[in-house]
Design a protein around this ligand. Structure first.
Ligand code: ZN
Length: 422
């Protein structure tokens, strides 16, 4: 008798028909179809090598009514976020970004010991601990129990819950409403964007401000960042589509900054409608998006062809290196690397291993491709000819960290917008 194999859990939505998570219109127009892929943060351990993996379709649509680009949610959020492997504290440049944000926000809003700051998706407390150090009262909210536990250990009070309108009311009653709500790199990850933004409206003081950071769809398209598409990432956001969600909940964008993080992000400052004056940056960015074609359905067609082009070019490059007898190693094991490698069909025969600073990932294997993940020191021992940088958003940091690679004549490759040597 064969051993009983655990049944894969049924997808949250099994029917082909889907509706827009923002406005409810039927979804008909495919933006990018990346085939079937496992959840990109489901790293495989030794035992998992002998077990099956669940693959879900990874297909994104653009809504023809509100132009929100979005994934159809096959994978239940419970599966994705309860044991999340991503600890923010393992990236140096990201910690600096967070510290700078806190200093700027405290100055901008005149935060003091009387203020209350709430962060949604507060991860291991890497950001809020900066406010704690300033003597400001904080509360973190993050559904991943293991990560919330780490945050509490660092003195950052954290609720291990999914944020939405219900939880917002509860927090407002128990802790008061917030002067500042930080929602950095979370809006794209929430399955019910209306419940989430509605919760922000509930929890925000009348004169308070919320800041949302998210990768800008304009850059995703312009720089062919298709590898930032994964199941954990439900929406791909433009100012245009976000403003429609905000308006539905009595909120509006009052200022916007363009940031280099994650390949090009927006930081949107949001207040209750009419509560604050709108800075010129908001209409200016609307104009940028309009010129880029993002106000029209036709601006979204043609992306699939560019994605397929990157796949062919990356395979040509890796096969060429292999045929020259050169040895290639990966750097990093980010979610985006998994989308890239699985879509392109790259396995250990072209990329024998990758390395990552996060000890949680070391000794495991990338989902789908099952490429082994080692500690970064392995690069110095193995001296590969070429290092493929998977977290291309950290390119400068990684090239600086691995400066000895150049000493033995090694080179670096980044995969997008066109696979190329750095
Ligand atoms: Zn829509």
């Amino acid at each position: 008798m064969a051993q009983a194999i655990e049944e894969p859990r049924a997808p949250a939505r099994a029917t082909a028909a889907a509706t827009c998570r923002s406005c409810g219109a039927p979804l008909e127009d495919v933006f990018a179809d990346l085939g079937v892929q496992p959840l990109c943060e489901s790293y495989v351990d030794e035992a998992g090598l002998h077990a099956p993996e669940v693959f879900y379709p990874l297909r994104t649509y653009v809504c023809r009514e509100c132009l929100l680009v979005q994934a159809q949610d096959f994978a239940p959020a419970e599966d994705i976020y309860r044991e999340y492997a991503y600890f923010s504290s393992y990236s140096t440049s990201w910690l600096e970004h967070a510290a700078r944000y806190c200093r700027d926000a405290a100055a901008r809003e005149g935060l003091s010991a009387d203020s209350f700051v709430v962060e949604l998706a507060s991860n291991d407390g890497y950001l809020l601990r900066n406010f704690v150090a300033m003597g400001i009262r904080v509360l973190g909210i993050d559904p991943a129990r293991n990560v919330a536990e780490v945050a509490r250990g660092k003195g950052v009070p954290t609720l291990a819950e999914f944020f939405g309108t219900g939880l917002a009311r509860q927090v407002a009653t128990e802790h008061g409403r917030a002067d500042l709500i930080v929602a950095n790199n979370v809006l794209a990850h929430v399955p019910d964007i209306n419940d989430f933004v509605g919760g922000v409206a509930e929890l925000l003081r009348t004169d308070g401000v919320a800041s949302f950071e998210f990768p800008h769809l304009h850059e995703l398209i312009r720089q062919r960042q298709f590898d930032t598409i994964y199941h954990e990432h439900f929406s791909y956001l433009s100012l245009y589509a976000v403003e429609k969600v905000l308006a539905r909940h009595g909120l509006e964008a009052v200022d916007v900054e363009r940031l280099p993080t994650h390949g090009g992000s927006l930081r949107l400052w949001v207040a209750h409608a009419g509560a604050r004056r709108t800075a010129p940056s908001v209409p200016e960015l609307r104009e940028v998006e309009a010129r880029a074609g993002l106000h029209d359905l036709s601006g979204y067609s043609g992306f699939q062809a560019e994605v397929a082009h990157v796949k062919r070019e990356l395979l040509k490059l890796l096969i060429g290196l292999h045929d020259q007898g050169l040895r290639v190693a990966g750097y990093g094991a980010p979610g985006k690397g998994n989308t890239l490698l699985n879509y392109c069909g790259v396995g250990p025969e072209l990329l024998p291993y990758t390395v990552d600073r996060n000890p949680y990932k070391q000794g495991k294997y990338l989902p789908g491709s099952r490429i082994p993940i080692h500690a970064p020191e392995v690069i110095a021992e193995d001296r590969p000819d070429v290092v493929l940088i998977l977290p291309w958003n950290l390119e400068a940091e990684i090239v600086a960290q691995l400066s000895d690679v150049r000493d033995w004549g090694g080179r670096f490759v980044v995969p997008i917008p066109e696979p190329r040597f750095v």
